[in-house]
Design a protein around this ligand. Structure first.
Ligand code: AKG
Ligand code: FE2
Length: 262
């Protein structure tokens, strides 16, 4: 892992050491204050280049090109909301996705499966443990956004989402987010509708560099990626961990997100 990740700067391999504890503490504070944290240069530049050389050919040959119209919930209906409620406004999304089962043995998948990764993330989130999914389609994905492609406003299924940026575009492809727009107890449909109408001044944006690990509270933080402009694609690995072992998506969710159930 030393060749892949900058473990001198981010000592994930030394759980419980003073350096590890200090890093966890910093991440905890940022999560509490900002709803996210970033570890810049987490994957070494040579490893990022190697990861891209493993992954881009698979994206070219067999990515699921995902073009669709969806609401912020990625669900057809929400009990209690009429279909024309402004919180259910539809947006267009288009990007390309491959799944862990198509890139087994690649560097991002090795990072996802590394037990020290889940242990570190659990500590930053004050959880006793986090587990990889028991679903080699949904557990780790790589998404590519080419010119004009985007991922529109949504909430995630998992409480936290972890991403590793492999290639940053020269223009566009900005990650925008609205921290804590809803909570587990309050869906805040009015606030959701207001934000979707562009009337929420707490929307923030983040531009990361390749190799950056980002963790954010995606379940209740609305977020999107704006359309990429220009010839350089945005390429990002997305990791999902859960508090319980054995989590799998339903066939319907897998078909919705990845175009196949198995
Ligand atoms: O591409 C990104 O930065 C975000 C990805 C994301 O939000 C997701 O996969 O749910
Ligand atoms: Fe997301």
């Amino acid at each position: 892992m030393h060749d892949i990740l900058d473990l001198d700067r981010y000592p994930l391999d030394r759980p419980g050491s003073p350096e590890w504890t200090a890093l966890v503490e910093r991440c905890r504070q940022e999560l509490a204050q900002e709803g996210m944290f970033n570890l810049e240069g987490f994957m070494r530049p040579e490893a990022v280049a190697r990861a891209l050389s493993q992954i881009v050919p698979v994206l070219d040959a067999s990515a699921f090109r995902h073009k669709r119209s969806h609401n912020i919930y990625f669900r057809k209906e929400i009990p209690g909301l009429s279909p024309d409620h402004p919180a259910l406004r539809l947006f267009e999304t288009s990007n390309q996705t491959i799944c862990a089962d198509q890139i087994e043995g690649s560097l991002p998948v090795a990072v996802y499966d590394w037990p020290a990764m889940a242990a570190f993330l659990a500590a930053t989130m004050d959880k006793s443990a986090l587990y990889p999914m028991d679903d080699r389609i949904a557990c780790a994905n790589v998404m590519r956004y080419s010119e004009g492609e985007a991922l529109n406003w949504h909430f995630d299924r998992s409480e936290f989402t972890t991403t590793l940026l492999l290639q940053a575009p020269t223009k566009g492809g900005v990650f925008e987010y609205r921290n804590a727009l809803r909570s587990d107890d309050d869906p805040n449909y009015k606030g959701v509708a207001r934000m979707l109408q562009g009337e929420d001044d707490e929307v923030q944006s983040m531009l990361a560099s390749a190799g950056t690990l980002n963790v954010f509270r995606g379940k209740n933080t609305a977020h999107r990626v704006t359309p990429v402009e220009g010839p350089v694609d945005r390429v990002i690995a997305v990791f999902s961990y859960y508090e319980k072992p054995g989590v799998r998506f339903s066939d319907e969710e897998r078909i919705g997100f990845y175009g196949r159930a198995a």
